[in-house]
Design a protein around this ligand. Structure first.
Ligand code: TLP
Length: 345
């Protein structure tokens, strides 16, 4: 049976070029900073984001966690969106492990946080309340549908935070999708913020890894945190080698994933019982609603899976499909034909 795996861009497997680079990678002990391939990837990452330094971590979750724990001490507060991955899908790790307090404010449908909401959430300097220390943005915003935050918005939100002495972190797991969608360099998106985490293991198709970028001093401190979290890796050049290929060869083609996501979204939206807010389809993620009475997202997911179309339900009436480099135009056509058949019954 044909399989069309739209669960996530995390399912992408390394390309042949990545596997070759991994096989041939020059390696050393990266805890001792002796892995030349890791260092090369970190230099590339810092350069692409326009920051001083970078650190390779095994996952986006560890990248966000080490960033939050570097910015915030115990009892310090991070302001973030109520749909943020950091808030909903990372076990609130900075709170569990570091005593950091989360202050969620509403994500608007376009992925932004209202500037007034940010301003209102910032605590005054008062002995009774937690210290507001950090604002965390997410770009693209995954659960709002992969929507893009623009440099103008990021600057405005960062200005609010900075005028009150807060730092700004960006969960840029898919920052390259945002940059490609806007036709700009990721460094423009990173410029207003202090730290960015981005993933090489999502749309860029590397098998493992994320990078944290920031100032030299920030990354030096983050390396201590990464170590205590168990993220100090030894011959990590085998991972970094694939990441270098990812940054060199997989960025521009993200536009194809975006085009296919749009085709999928338009097809889904035309089917009675399914609805997509097409404004939110800006990159490789399609979040859509099931409105057919008597059919639940979980049941639809099971029915689709029986025909080889895999995706996730993400809410009581919402589902998510993600395009990536292993998804072709024919796969989109096939997925849509299965949707039409199942929704017609
Ligand atoms: N997202 C995954 C799942 O966890 C939902 C996905 O399939 O989209 N930030 C953002 C915005 C993410 O989307 C993810 C992963 C992470 C951080 C965490 O990255 P990993 O999975 O590498 O820890």
């Amino acid at each position: 049976m044909k399989t069309v795996d739209l669960r996530s861009d995390t399912v992408t497997k390394p390309t042949p070029e990545m596997r070759k680079a991994m096989y041939e990678a020059e390696v050393g002990d990266d805890v001792m900073r002796e892995d030349p391939t890791v260092r090369r990837l970190e230099e590339m990452a810092a350069e692409r984001m326009g920051k001083e330094d970078a650190m390779l971590v095994p996952s986006g979750t560890m990248g966000n966690l080490s960033s939050l724990l570097t910015h915030c001490g115990r009892g310090d507060e991070v302001i973030l969106g109520d749909k943020a991955h950091i808030f909903n899908h990372e076990q609130k790790g900075a709170s569990a492990l570091g005593g950091v307090v989360y202050n969620p404010i509403p994500n608007q449908p376009d992925g932004t946080l209202r500037l007034e909401d940010i301003e209102d959430a910032i605590q005054p300097d008062d002995i009774h309340v937690a210290r507001s220390r950090l604002l965390a943005l997410e770009n693209t915003q995954n659960f709002c549908g992969g929507v893009v935050l623009t440099p103008k918005y990021i600057r405005a939100a960062s200005n609010v935070a900075k005028s009150h002495g807060l730092s700004v972190h960006m969960d840029g797991a898919r920052i390259f999708n945002a940059a490609v969608a806007l036709g700009i360099e990721p460094s423009e998106l990173a410029a207003p913020v202090d730290s960015v985490m981005f993933c090489i293991s999502k749309g860029l198709a590397a098998p493992i890894g994320s990078l944290v970028v920031g100032t030299k001093a920030f990354i030096e401190e983050a390396r201590r945190i990464r170590k205590v979290l168990g993220g100090g890796m030894r011959q990590a050049g085998v991972i970094a080698a694939a990441g270098i290929v990812a940054l060199n060869t997989m960025v521009d083609r993200l536009a194809e994933d975006h085009r296919r996501a749009r085709a999928l979204a338009e097809g889904i939206d035309a089917i009675p019982g399914l609805e997509v807010d097409l404004k939110t389809v800006q990159t490789n993620i399609v979040v859509f609603r099931l409105t057919k009475p008597g059919l639940t997202p979980d049941r639809l997911v099971r029915m689709l899976a029986e025909k080889g179309v895999l995706l996730f339900a993400i809410g009581k009436d919402t589902l998510r499909a993600v395009t990536h480099y292993e998804i072709s135009d024919e796969d989109i056509d096939y997925a849509l034909s299965v949707f039409r058949e199942l929704m017609a019954d």
